[in-house]
Write a protein that binds this ligand. Sequence first.
Ligand SMILES: Cc1cc2nc3c(=O)[nH]c(=O)nc-3n(C[C@H](O)[C@H](O)[C@H](O)COP(=O)(O)OP(=O)(O)OC[C@H]3O[C@@H](n4cnc5c(N)ncnc54)[C@H](O)[C@@H]3O)c2cc1C
Length: 379
Amino acid sequence: MNFLTPEQEMWRETVNRFVDDQIGREYIRKCDIDRAYPYEAYDKVAKEGWLGILFSEENGGLGGDIMDYALMCEGLSKFGFDFATGIMVATFTAMNIEKFGTDEQKERYIAPFLNGDIRFSISISEPGAGSDAASTKTRAKRDGDEWVVNGQKLWCSGGAADNAVLAMLTRTDPDAPKHKGLSVFLIPNDTEGLDIRKLPTMARRATGTTEIFVDDARIPAGALMGEENKGWDIITDHLELERVAVAAAYVGNAQTAVDDALRYAHDREQFGQSIYNFQVIKHMLADMQTQVDAARLLTYRAANMAAAKTPCLREVSMAKLFASETLQTVTRNGMQILGGHSMLPDSDMERYFREGMQSTIGGGTSQIQRTLIAKTMRL
Ligand SMILES: Cc1cc2nc3c(=O)[nH]c(=O)nc-3n(C[C@H](O)[C@H](O)[C@H](O)COP(=O)(O)OP(=O)(O)OC[C@H]3O[C@@H](n4cnc5c(N)ncnc54)[C@H](O)[C@@H]3O)c2cc1C
């Protein structure tokens, strides 16, 4: 049913077994309750060498493709999308550095990233720049051998974690058209002039998402990634990878929501019988599994096309759209099946539901995905 090769199937099972044996649902739940970054689990993933899955073997990686990466993201988010987020945002930027970074940046960042000693976050959004991300106002001005950055960033996931380096989109030429005149800088999060605050969001409580006040932060000229004023092309280069990865991670989380709801429906008795015996519950579960299978198939199609370097904007957007809406739908139904128990953290369902609520916003909203799909449907 999965259309995976035996090697891919084995990889999928390896990641799932790792998450069961080495991480576990209680750990993920506790990080969410404590709003604590999952450092221990991140380190375990690094020790497996999986942060380098997309890097070539010559560069210390595993030489995998986007399909391998998608299978990893699906497995890592088994007990919650939030955990996979920290790994995903870090790898997206690492891949950008491999492609656009200077030799000095590769030397400085890639090996420590692969070892798990540093991690990356992406800082594009601002209070006034959401879906319209290119309307960035945060300004970087050249001053001798340095750049001086001022402005405010919002929703930078993982930005407050230890040893995080932010890939920050800034405006370097205010007179150029909106998508031009932007540049990306690699800025360690302990740089003077940055005030980073973890936000009290309803979802992504462990990895955390942050607001960042930037006040006269001075950064060296060597922190510029790629060419000056080409930042839009650089920061959007990983969008295909990002959308396939998050779609796969939504699928992983949604499957557990269905499995948990199914188990609960069998165990829970009312009116002298298992609630699974009520046809209305059975049909809800049948719909939920059908939606998850459909989301998984759309995601695998997109991942395979991306791995084959076939243009796939439409397929990737469909996967992101459908998988995020599936996570929302199945967790909402999961809440209903678990009844009052769903409200408690130890049910896990309320956490999956909260993650579902952010899934149609982060990484490009559902409205934006529909707009992208519609653009490919011209006669
Ligand atoms: C938990 C979380 C983590 C995030 N992590 C990061 C991160 O690590 N780095 C980062 O840079 N950003 C991050 N973001 C920001 C995310 O990318 C934005 O929230 C997203 O792009 C939407 O922007 P917005 O929230 O400002 O909504 P807006 O763009 O203001 O949209 C509000 C509503 O209007 C709709 N809308 C807007 N424009 C259009 C249009 N053209 N057509 C139709 N409808 C439209 C939207 O779909 C939405 O329903 C994160 C967000 C969340 C919630």
